[in-house]
Ligand binder design. Sequence first.
Ligand SMILES: Nc1nc2c(c(=O)[nH]1)N[C@H]1C(S)=C(S)[C@@H](COP(=O)(O)O)O[C@H]1N2
Ligand SMILES: [Mo]
Length: 249
Amino acid sequence: MITRRSLLITGGAGLLAGCDAIGRSPATQAILGSADDTHKFLQRSLRVGRTALAREFRPDQMSPRFRVNGSATANTPEYAAHAATNFSDWRLSVTGLVARPLSISLAQLQSMPQRAQITRHDCVEGWSAIGKWQGPHLSRILDLAGLRDTAKYIVFHCADRMGGNTPYYESIDLVDAYHPQTILAWAMNDKRLSIGHGAPIRLRVERQLGYKHAKFVMGIEAVDSLADIAGGKGGYWEDHSGYEWYGGI
Ligand SMILES: Nc1nc2c(c(=O)[nH]1)N[C@H]1C(S)=C(S)[C@@H](COP(=O)(O)O)O[C@H]1N2
Ligand SMILES: [Mo]
């Protein structure tokens, strides 16, 4: 008999096949983890009917104007100093549950194998825009750092402070972290990412809503639980406005 539960579990295992391919089995961890982890797993598994890849568009379909939304810059002296030197001394830190913590320059990110994609960004506030994004796969960076078996989520720590002091942050699970369209974009529409759109790098996680696409990313952290980070719900808007952690489109 096919039950709703067996469908969910089978679907989840299918989604996680990419991770199994690199010798991990987060499906078991996700199913047997805490109640909160299980809730997140089910929340995303219900989306299993969607096609695996987000739709990609042709160059002539790109929006003539792509609005800047949320923070238009990061309001700290450290960020201003990096912006003033064109991010030449900026480093992306990769920490947490990794075998080799990393500190990666923008030039290094630019010299890794790149993916470019033309996708539609959907903001919960009710606007969409099609743009071209380019950067290395997040998965390559995680593989360079060597994720530990206990890692379940990837957290993105941003430079901007909401309301003057609360850091913007976001998080995704390993299914999205290893998705082929998940990149750390340093270029938009064939130019270097502007400050408004999140320089020096911003996350593109194409099957989720706009608020998940963290701009001004300074650090990436691999964790086994989101409970101890800020308000514990996995992101700034999740903590403050009740947005869903899995913002599937
Ligand atoms: N660091 C940071 N990332 C962020 C935001 C923000 O305010 N700060 N806003 C989010 C929201 S709600 C949206 S819709 C997109 C907007 O991206 P854009 O400015 O390139 O249009 O960034 C997302 N990422
Ligand atoms: Mo948004």
